[in-house]
Write a protein that binds this ligand. Structure first.
Ligand code: ATP
Length: 303
């Protein structure tokens, strides 16, 4: 597989000791939809800004299509970056933004643009400042999709979009990706909504990559058991526990590790039910529960 994005020890530090990126190692393959997930302030936007040459890195190396993206016009012409906080010049109407984007992207599909404008009901003649939050997001989505750039970054592209419009975005992205494969890096907090789209998932936390895995493999990383609390507790002994929940005499536990045949048999003979862990729960547990568990262990060891 061709690598489109490669980062080695990538750092971006700000004054005041902020390590927005703190040694990011990453390789993203071509023609896949990659998810970039993580909590607020984890470093997702910073990573995209460095990879699109909008920010200068402090250290390490970043390659996009094999070149340094910073001020490399050839790299940037193959890239489309959709950012939620984009500012437009005074007096611009929605159709002016689309006209500029059309000029910038060699693979722009005007017929697709037209369909998307209809589908997202974008008022083309309205001044950009008068558009609703959702309509502004729709502009970004239309540009990101119709540009058909070889590499598209969507940074939280759908602030303010209603559930119907978000579903349309997912449907269009998936259908168009099927016909015109390209590389997409999508950052979002609506993890379960996009889980089915993602082939590969990167989770960053405090500027570091904590998960870098194919979505299928990630689904095998944890499982849930539920049933009588004493049976759940007994089953959890010796296993890495991510999370537990109790309700009266019943409990459920999220455990790390693949569900091998022996564990399955053990759970079944203890009368426990087995279930999958959603991508969102897994990531929430990995970025919060594991952290607290490790903190508790470190504190315990220090005592
Ligand atoms: N110009 C700046 N000066 C100082 N710190 C900054 C600057 N820009 C970003 N940061 C900090 O860098 C960290 C990473 O920010 P970033 O915007 O990349 O996070 P994010 O993962 O995109 O968050 P969110 O999901 O909330 O959008 C945060 O702690 C943020 O406060």
């Amino acid at each position: 597989m061709t690598t489109v994005i490669e980062a080695v020890g990538l750092t971006k530090h700000y004054r005041g000791g902020v390590h927005a990126l703190d040694g990011v190692d990453l390789r993203l393959d071509a023609n896949r939809i990659h998810g970039l997930l993580g909590r607020n302030g984890a470093g997702k936007t910073t990573l995209m800004q460095v990879l699109t040459g909008q920010l200068v890195r402090t250290g390490g190396d970043a390659r996009v299509f094999g070149a340094d993206p910073f001020e490399d016009a050839a790299v940037l012409s193959r890239t489309c970056f959709i950012q939620e906080s984009r500012k437009y010049p005074d007096g611009y109407r929605a159709k002016d933004v689309l006209a500029v984007a059309r000029e910038l992207h060699a693979s722009w599909d005007a017929a697709f643009e037209e369909r998307l404008v209809d589908d997202f009901r974008l008022p083309l003649d309205r001044n950009i400042r008068k558009l609703s939050r959702g309509q502004l997001s729709a502009i970004g989505i239309i540009v990101g999709l119709a540009s058909r750039a070889e590499l598209t970054f969507f940074d939280e592209p759908y602030l303010g979009l209603d559930a119907v419009a978000r579903q349309r975005f997912y449907d269009h992205l998936l259908a168009d990706f099927g016909e015109h494969p390209r590389t997409v890096l999508l950052s979002t907090h609506l993890i379960d909504e996009v889980a089915a789209l993602l082939e590969h998932v990167v989770v960053i936390d405090e500027g570091r990559v904590i998960v870098d895995a194919d979505a299928d493999e990630l689904g095998q990383r944890a499982f849930e058991v539920s049933g009588r609390s004493d049976a759940v507790e007994a089953f959890a002994v010796g296993r890495e526990l991510l999370h537990t929940q109790r309700l009266g005499s019943l409990a459920s536990a999220t455990l790390l590790g693949p569900l091998d045949p022996a564990s399955r048999a053990e759970a079944e003979s203890a009368g426990l039910e087995l279930g999958r862990v959603s991508l969102q729960s897994l990531i929430v547990h990995l970025t919060t529960d594991l952290e607290s568990a490790r903190e508790a262990t470190t504190k315990g060891a220090r005592r």
